[in-house]
Design a protein around this ligand. Structure first.
Ligand code: ZN
Ligand code: ZN
Length: 184
């Protein structure tokens, strides 16, 4: 069975990408994968945009097969193309201020100071997204190999206050592109 977009028949499924429920009647994306625990296949359900960021290849493949049939296909395609361009971008699972100073950054291996911004990472493995540590917001360019991370970071940070979102946007704008600052 191919992957699919469909209207959710119930509100019981949770999105694998963000962990929140998918409302009844809302468009959802189903990725068909070989069942890791049994014979046959299983389906992972996502909000379409969550899938575009975290499972971009499956979304692009499905959009290509049914052109014109998915609402907001253009935005989904743009997000999926961006995310598939760098292998680590699908690991982004939002940002938060470090509640303690104990975690170490996966990029520079230095501790992440309490109260500073860090990006949450998840690794996909056999149908599951495993929480896999953090990187400093300031290490985003060496880690992700692009400065263009704000959209998925905000998408997976729905619980931030207005003030924190604004602060995060500001922080991502600062020295986002070292190549441009080197020439000025
Ligand atoms: Zn979601
Ligand atoms: Zn770091």
């Amino acid at each position: 069975m191919p992957h699919l977009f469909e209207s959710a028949p119930t509100g019981r499924a949770k999105c694998r990408g963000c962990g929140r429920p998918i409302a009844q009647g809302e468009l959802r994306f189903g990725e068909r994968i070989p069942n890791p625990f049994a014979e046959g296949e299983t389906t992972l359900w996502f909000h379409p945009m969550c899938a575009a960021y975290k499972r971009p290849e499956a979304v692009l493949e499905t959009l290509a097969q049914a052109p014109g049939s998915v609402p907001e296909a253009e935005a989904l395609e743009r997000a999926a193309r961006g995310s598939s361009a760098q292998r680590r971008l699908p690991r982004i699972s939002g940002a938060e201020r470090a509640p303690t100073g104990q975690a170490k950054c996966r990029s520079c291996h230095e501790p992440i100071a309490r109260g500073t911004w860090r990006i949450r990472l998840v690794f996909y493995e056999e149908g599951r997204f495993m929480p896999s540590g953090f990187v400093h917001l300031t290490c985003r360019v060496p880690y992700f190999e692009t400065a263009d991370i704000l959209a998925p970071v905000l998408h997976f940070s729905p619980d931030l206050s207005e003030e924190d979102r604004a602060d995060l946007v500001r922080a991502c704008g600062d020295a986002a592109d070292p190549s441009s600052s080197a020439t000025t």
